[in-house]
Design a protein around this ligand. Structure first.
Ligand SMILES: Cc1ncc(COP(=O)(O)O)c(C=O)c1O
Length: 430
């Protein structure tokens, strides 16, 4: 865990955190939509654009440097994701684009009546690409329902959704709306028991939890570096045999081998350079706050230590936030609210405030320099399953390891003001 008295060492590495709004620090609670980046990332992007900017596979130094960088980035991303082989990692524009590409490729192997399982807890980027296969390939889609009281997956409905014709189970590791962490290792086992492939959306998990694709046993896993302190980019892990055997949509001269066969067009070299900077930052965090001696070359251990330090820090922030939000009059928090179950969630909180629409709350907070999201944030099915589709969804507050306890207090104070009908004086302390 990052001790509170050393948090400034972390925060000072993020230039965006020094932004002011009306003389007060700008408060970033919009991490689930995209986190801020450390200076190391920005410098790596700038250095690439200043010195090595070129397309790939040319016979000249800047192109050779770009090739080397891409190879290094595959290795580093494989280390981060827990992939066994650098060729199991594919770079793309973002998670959505990668998911459309893989689901189209899988679609080519389906027969009418083959079945796909999706959940009502997932971001629509792990739902809509699969739903499209109903129309395109005659696939039958089954839904895993949620338990509305705590916004967890209903595992009985998953059991019922699986069958001998299930080909794909698409599931999220952590909900981008309410923060629920789903039992994905178990879900992968259940899917494999019926012979289905698994497609895991780790976008919302990646800033909070260590990812180990090989240990999860999943066939595919996707995440987006811009949600874990990196640049705008998508990352896909795919089991080598599947990346080999599935037919990708690609132009004729492109490599027929993974990962190149899945990396369509020209990749964003500066973002890939920036991602290496993000991994450097995370390794620094792991070595500094991970609590154990880590060998200079053991990058996986340093990253695992970073995620452990992040998890410990976020656990305290999450407990504080649960208490602070619970005390705001008229605030209804959805998802897991029991502090005893803190391990089953990440610090992402969605709520409504009586008498105010989520947009009104977000606007009021925005005026105070506090960035939060409102609406459904593409957790389209969940918001509708909770009956909030017509009323503007919920306000979403996302904490990450660079947030600090004082910021939660500032949020709670602002919410109490917003909750109070205008003209009502603040309660005075006796
Ligand atoms: C859980 C989750 N999955 C998928 C996505 C889509 O990611 P991208 O913007 O990289 O396509 C998001 C983005 O908000 C997300 O939070």
């Amino acid at each position: 865990m990052i001790p509170n008295d050393r948090l400034s060492q972390v925060r000072s590495r993020f230039p965006a955190l020094s932004r002011l709004h009306d003389g007060r620090p700008y408060l970033y609670l919009d991490g689930p939509g995209g986190t801020q980046v450390p200076r190391r990332t920005i410098e790596a992007m700038t250095a690439y654009l200043e010195r090595s900017n070129a397309n790939h596979e040319g016979a000249f130094p800047t192109s050779e440097e770009s090739d080397t960088l891409l190879a290094e980035a595959h290795v580093a991303a494989a280390t981060f994701l827990g992939a066994r082989d650098a060729d199991e990692v594919v770079f793309g524009q973002n998670m959505t684009t990668l998911t459309f590409a893989v689901s189209r490729a899988i679609g080519r192997t389906l027969r009418a009546g083959d079945e796909i399982v999706v959940t009502r807890l997932d971001h629509d980027a792990n739902v809509a690409p699969w739903l499209a296969l109903e129309e395109e390939r005659g696939a039958v889609v089954h839904w895993v329902e949620i338990r509305p009281d705590d916004c967890t997956l209903d595992m009985d409905s998953l059991e019922r959704a699986l069958g001998p014709r299930t080909r794909v189970v698409a599931v999220g590791l952590a909900s981008n709306a309410v923060g629920t962490v789903s039992p994905v290792a178990r879900i992968v086992e259940m899917a494999h028991d019926v012979g289905a492939w698994t497609y895991v959306d780790a976008v919302h998990a990646a800033p909070h939890l260590a990812i180990d694709a090989a240990a999860l046993g999943t066939d595919f896993l996707v995440c987006s570096p811009y949600k874990f302190f990196g640049p705008h980019l998508g990352l896909l892990y795919g089991r080598r045999e599947l990346l080999d055997s599935l037919a990708a949509y690609k132009v004729r001269p492109a490599s027929g081998e993974p990962p190149g066969k899945w990396e369509t067009g020209t990749l964003p070299g500066e973002s890939i350079a920036g991602l290496l900077g993000t991994f450097d930052y995370l390794e620094w965090l792991g070595r500094e706050f991970g609590g154990a001696e880590i060998g200079a070359t053991d990058r996986r251990a340093a990253l695992a230590a970073a995620m452990l330090a992040i998890r410990g820090t976020e656990r305290e922030l999450a407990l504080q936030a649960l208490k602070a939000l619970g005390e705001v009059p008229g605030l209804t928090l959805r998802g897991i609210t029991d502090p005893a179950r803190i391990e089953d969630r990440v610090p992402t909180f969605a709520f409504t405030l009586a008498g105010r629409t989520p947009r009104e709350v977000a606007v009021e907070l925005g005026r105070r320099g506090i960035a939060v999201w409102d609406g459904d944030y593409y957790a389209y099915e969940l918001i509708r399953a909770l009956g909030l589709g017509e009323s503007g969804g919920m306000v979403r507050v996302g904490l990450v390891h660079y947030n600090e306890p004082a910021e939660i207090e500032r949020l709670a104070e602002a919410l109490r003001e917003i909750a109070r009908p205008s003209g009502t004086p603040a309660p005075t302390r006796q």
